[in-house]
Write a protein that binds this ligand. Structure first.
Ligand code: ADP
Ligand code: AMP
Length: 211
């Protein structure tokens, strides 16, 4: 299966992609995770991306397209792209990459949530500094406050989950990314899942629309 997960920041793309790729043994490619890792390690990519990410802007298309092209070249089986594409130019570049490898997308899953849910999810999101695992202070809390269940690492709030940056990210989503819903609808690839319910319910719906 070759899938992309679409939706605003905080829709649950990362959470669902993690569950779904484990169950179906697919590669999980999150451009946000790749970029955060590069920032943490201080690589040239990280140094370039940080300024955009901290302010809630998108990293330039050529940079993220190169990351995804390289990742896709390295995998044989199916995948879930989480957080990519985010612009029409990225969607077109993805079509070209897949065409050249004689592949095609099976579906674009749109996680549809209302804006209040998104704001609550982003303000309570916590990430492990060591392994990147994802929590929510109320909805998906760790067993011990501030400590990762998986590796014991420290949990922190992402710089771009602060309210003023969240506003900008939602604006960028509406302007740059939301048009992709129509892009994939026109190509008959769009599958919509209402993503406000708890993760297990969203997961079930996701299974149904992709069956
Ligand atoms: P995205 O990758 O779309 O930005 P995440 O998967 O990181 O979103 O989810 C955002 C926050 O909401 C995280 O803190 C996550 O733990 C929490 N979350 C994700 N899905 C749900 C859900 N279905 N119900 C409640 N909280 C959720
Ligand atoms: P995410 O973890 O998906 O919320 O992404 C965090 C940040 O990384 C975004 O706000 C962007 O700055 C950057 N980013 C992630 N994916 C992309 C993409 N496909 N295109 C441009 N920027 C991206």
């Amino acid at each position: 299966m070759r899938l992309i997960f679409l939706g605003p920041p905080g829709a649950g793309k990362g959470t669902q992609a993690e569950l779904f790729t484990k169950e179906h043994r697919l590669a999980h490619i999150s451009t946000g995770d790749i970029l955060r890792d590069a920032v943490k390690r201080g690589t040239p990519l990280g140094l370039k991306a940080k300024q955009y990410m901290d302010s809630g802007a998108l990293v330039p298309d050529d940079v993220v397209v190169a990351i995804v092209a390289q990742k896709l070249a390295g995998i044989d089986g199916g995948f879930v792209l989480d957080g990519f594409p985010r612009t029409l130019a990225q969607a077109e570049a993805l079509d070209k990459i897949l065409d050249e490898s004689n592949g095609n997308l099976d579906a674009a899953v749109y996680l549809d949530v209302n804006e209040d849910t998104v704001v609550r999810r982003l303000s309570g999101r916590r990430i492990c500094r060591k392994c990147g695992a994802n929590y929510h202070v109320e909805n998906m809390p760790p067993h011990r406050e501030g400590v990762c269940d998986k590796c014991g690492g420290e949990l922190y709030q992402r710089e771009d989950d602060r309210p003023e940056v969240v506003r900008e990210r939602l604006e960028v989503y509406r302007r740059e990314t939301a048009p992709l819903i129509d892009y994939y609808r026109t190509r008959d690839l769009l599958r919509t899942v209402v993503a406000d319910p708890p993760p297990e319910e969203v997961m079930k719906e996701l299974g149904k629309v992709l069956a």
